[in-house]
Design a protein around this ligand. Sequence first.
Ligand code: NAD
Ligand code: DAU
Length: 342
Amino acid sequence: MTETTIRSVVVTGGAGFIGSTFARLLVERGYEQVRVFDKLTYAGNPANIDDLRSCPGFSFVQGDICNRDDVERACEGFDAIVNFAAETHVDRSLMDPGEFITTDVYGVFVLLEVVRERGLKRFVHVSTDEVYGQVSDGSWVETDPLAPRNPYSASKAGGELMLGAYVATHGVPALISRGSNTYGPYQYPEKFLPLAATNVLDGQPIPVYGDGLQVRDWLHADDHAAAIELLLCKGTVGEIYNIAGSNERRNIDIARIILDELDVPEDMLKHVTDRKGHDRRYSMDCTKITKLGWAPSVDFESGLRETIRWYRDHREWWEPLKSGEFGEYYRRNYGGREVVEA
Ligand code: NAD
Ligand code: DAU
């Protein structure tokens, strides 16, 4: 284990879901400077960091991780970068993969170049369990091969490989986290849980892909953020760390909890044409990060129900997000899907 003192952090993608949760954690833990650097794509939302703007040491810079000048200026005088910036939605990567390759591969290369040239102390790159591909039995460990099966996960794997190359060739002080499906407040409502909850709140059905028996391992955003902060201080350069909540659940069971919490009947579930290349199950072994002292702290069922209630109580946050561009996306992604038998 290598321990480093980090006092100032640029959080790229910090106006998104997990990045904003992470920036809030750093501010609460008293980091001297926390800077959110974000392009503000459709998924970046200034409202996610409104509460942080008046905190001492906090700043926001709008910029693109693919633009080296933007990144160099934003990182001047900072100790570390933690990279959450990415195109993140699998369904969008099936329709328009180009932007995924640009941000999730080229953008990571630009960040690595700046870390190398400017001599930053740490670069933590936030990746995903999807890089392993699907797993039928057992759980992936960090040394298992990469086998991504959709353009999103392939682009995330590409970013990881570039990082490995920069560690090996230039000794860049970088490491990787691979997180599992994350839930909590402030998640853009294209993702399953907020989409399902907000649809129900709008009197619309929940679109369940295929039979709904696909398995995801759910992790609360606060636990994900805490794990990454631990890696920032105590993770070993060049290493990869799995982070999962150990809450493997079938999508259909998540949907049923949403119906129950919002007190609506089962006929609000609509099984529709499956996602292309839909990974059946993800599962990771987290022994490695557990040995550093991390464990998830949020109980799954109560965390999930609390999150559903957060969407119920924050209509002013999500309603604007489900208008405009979202309507066009929704028609493209869901318009052509047939209702299917479960
Ligand atoms: P998100 O889509 O909510 O946020 C992504 C943020 O990145 C947005 O604020 C967006 O504006 C910003 N961004 C996109 N392109 C950018 C660019 N070129 N330059 C600067 N900023 C840019 O994503 P999220 O769900 O919070 O995921 C954050 C990270 O965690 C991603 O790297 C994702 O791959 C990874 N991850 C997510 C999950 C999950 O379940 N949500 C699980 C494991 C890993
Ligand atoms: O596993 C980590 C990954 O989790 C992250 O790397 C991604 O950024 C994040 O988006 C998430 O990917 P998923 O594809 O698992 O998340 P999504 O919320 O899109 O879907 C969760 C499951 O629900 C998946 O099996 C597909 C299914 N689903 C999704 C949507 C949007 C549906 O059944 N209906 C839907 O409308």
